[in-house]
Write a protein that binds this ligand. Sequence first.
Ligand SMILES: NC(=O)c1ccc[n+]([C@@H]2O[C@H](COP(=O)([O-])OP(=O)(O)OC[C@H]3O[C@@H](n4cnc5c(N)ncnc54)[C@H](OP(=O)(O)O)[C@@H]3O)[C@@H](O)[C@H]2O)c1
Length: 315
Amino acid sequence: MKAVTIDGFGAEPRLTDLPAPQPGPGELLVRLHAAALNPFDWKVADGALRDAVEHRFPLVLGSDGAGVVERIGEGVNRFRLGDTVYGQFMNVARGHGSYAEYVLVPEDGRLARIPEDLPFGVAAALPTASATAYQAIEAARLDTGQIILVNGASGGVGQSAIQFAVHEGARVLATAAPDIAGHLRDLGAHETLDFTATPVAEQVLAAHPDGIDAVLDLITHPGGDIDAFAALLKPGGRLISTNHATDPEALAAREIHGVNLSSSPSQAELAALADLAAAGKLRVTVDREISLADAPAAVARARSGHARGKTVILL
Ligand SMILES: NC(=O)c1ccc[n+]([C@@H]2O[C@H](COP(=O)([O-])OP(=O)(O)OC[C@H]3O[C@@H](n4cnc5c(N)ncnc54)[C@H](OP(=O)(O)O)[C@@H]3O)[C@@H](O)[C@H]2O)c1
């Protein structure tokens, strides 16, 4: 099978040929029709999980994908041959990932069926970005009329987070470079803040001097100035970071609830997300469709940022 792999941490991704894996007991072999890029893919390639898990090389890159169940191992009973499925397929210990024509997944893994009318490319774009957004907005525990800032709103997670927060009845402040501000308002953002102009926290404070209720920060990394965002929150406010940049204990002393989110969608959550997307209630922007051969260049582009939605590999 064709796949995009790396031979070691920090190595250049390359298109290669590998034997297609065979399903063992309880496993499915999925013929992938689409895979989607996430920042986590290149972070893993750089060694983000090297201290936590043994990796097998060559390592197929990628987590998210969608396709058709082509073979099933002994004892599989939740899925059948021919089912259309999507989910998170990264398994670094076995060298498996989604930038490939085939991938193995345990039947109790992070996958769900997709409704008939949901294109593979859209389904593949959902698992990491939209599930993280869903779990982050759940962690924000928003009430109707509360105000949330989504910092990093123009990317994959942010665009879904805007929609989930609006669904909770919140007023959504979304950071955006000028070229994408209109699109984010279209997705439901009530105010957009140009992070390329003046510091976002200053803009929020000027518009909302009494403070806001929640911040979803998709940008700040450990050691960065997340305090500028914590300072915007009213007592009892919630600060959610997807990059482990908050110190919940220190925030608790200031009556702020800090959450470092590590998203991990259940099969039920994945099924619900696919239904929302198929019904048009969750809009996912696929801004680039590429071939597997173009994936190494797309990974390099993703590292430099400037995502305007999801990049999808059609297989
Ligand atoms: N913990 C978890 O479970 C988890 C899960 C998913 C994602 N994440 C992390 O969450 C982050 C966001 O993921 P993503 O998939 O949404 O990334 P993405 O699709 O690459 O989007 C990032 C967005 O951030 C914008 N941006 C860059 N610098 C900014 C700044 N200073 N202020 C405001 N916006 C800025 C970019 O816009 P411009 O192009 O205009 O610069 C881009 O649209 C990543 O770091 C990812 O690794 C964590």
